[in-house]
Design a protein around this ligand. Structure first.
Ligand SMILES: [Fe+2]
Length: 370
């Protein structure tokens, strides 16, 4: 083990000799200086663990020296040697934290040795604390790095997974269009209108994303409806209407198996409910209808009115706007209808142009998603 270095400072050679003799041991390496200036020089060459200085010296006093040592070598433990007349100075310095202890002259040998021993113990404890603190800081930094890296990996993996789920969503949406080509682009457009409404209403990112995905999948239940009924160009019988109106529930049984990370099932199940309770499948009313479903209802009806069908033209813009206004409170949630009307008024040029709205590709969609 490395020896502890002790520096003794006194202008009286006899005292220096006596202390050096007293502390002679295998464990200590002892240096002596006859003045404050000499002590500072020696410290530069051999920084000591402990410095013991006489108080009354010509030039720099002991307290002055130890004040200086504290600034330059804050880890060195400082002890002052003083006669009874200098006690006041010594106590003041101790109270100010400049000095660790004082030893009264003449001293008792055993007390002296013990004080030195305690001082060095303190030095080692403080050193160890410093080392441990440094080590903890280093480990914390390392841990932070690992965490940051881990977080990055998790984010990357989440992105990959989301993209993979989204491609499933797009495949399902495309399957509906294959089945019912007249509604080409309808699902994507409903998703886009729904996201515009959600943004206008200040929904959270997560809710906005959920309603967007729900828009893409809202008619997925039509996959399970007989084409002869789904595509029938003539008016429907009551029985046929019932079959078509089963599509929200059919969607539930399809999507229950898909286990998507968005809570879209309740939204899709209820996208044909009316705010006044006159819709289907459950005749839910007002806020009983999930908010995403209330948004889809507006987006879905808007696109239905705004698109051409084999048996009719698209509705004129003014009629669409007035239908939305009149349906507010009966078919539609007034807040949702008002939000969409605001969106329309702001950018009616783009909103009514289905081709422009639908021109967005899957990649764009992923990019713009967040
Ligand atoms: Fe529908």
């Amino acid at each position: 083990m490395k020896k502890d270095t002790i520096l003794i400072v006194d202008d009286e050679p006899n005292v220096l000799k006596a202390v050096a003799r007293l502390l002679r041991s295998d464990k200590y390496e002892i240096f002596t200086a006859a003045s404050g200036a000499g002590a500072l020089d020696l410290m530069e060459a051999h920084p000591a663990s402990l410095i013991i200085s006489d108080q009354r010296m010509p030039g720099m006093s002991g307290v002055e020296l130890l004040q200086d040592i504290r600034k330059r070598y804050p880890d060195t433990i400082r002890i002052i040697l003083t006669g009874s007349t200098g006690i006041e100075h010594a106590v003041g310095a101790i109270n100010r934290g400049e000095v660790y202890r004082y030893i009264l002259k003449p001293w008792h040998d055993e007390d002296f040795r013990l004080t030195v021993q305690r001082a060095l113990e303190r030095y080692h404890i403080l050193e160890q604390n410093k080392r441990l603190t440094k080590e903890i800081e280093r480990q914390n930094r390392a841990l932070k790095e690992v965490n940051a890296h881990l977080e990055e990996r998790v984010n990357e993996r989440t992105r990959e997974l989301t993209e993979s789920y989204l491609s499933t969503v797009f495949v399902l949406a495309a399957a509906v269009e294959v089945k019912d080509p007249y509604t080409r682009g309808h699902s994507e457009l409903v998703s886009r209108y729904a996201s515009l409404i959600a943004r206008e209403m200040g929904l959270s990112q997560k809710d906005k994303e959920t309603v967007q995905v729900a828009g893409l999948l809202h008619d997925v239940g039509k996959i399970a409806i007989d084409e002869r009924v789904l595509l029938k160009p003539a008016p429907l019988t009551d029985e046929e209407r019932r079959l078509i109106e089963a599509h929200p529930k059919k969607a539930v049984s399809i999507l229950e198996r898909a286990k998507l990370p968005w809570d879209v099932i309740p939204i899709i199940k209820h996208h044909h409910e009316h705010y006044d309770g006159s819709g289907y499948p459950c005749r839910l009313k007002g806020k009983e209808i999930p908010s995403g479903a209330r948004i889809l209802a507006v987006a879905d009806t808007f696109d239905a009115m705004n698109s051409q069908r084999p048996y009719r033209e698209a509705y004129p813009k003014e009629i669409i706007v007035s239908e939305l206004e009149q349906g507010s409170g009966s078919q539609f949630d007034p807040q949702v209808a008002a939000s969409f009307l605001r969106v329309i008024r702001r950018d009616s040029q783009t909103i009514f142009e289905r081709d422009r709205m639908a021109s967005i590709t899957f990649t764009d969609y992923l990019k713009n998603r967040i």
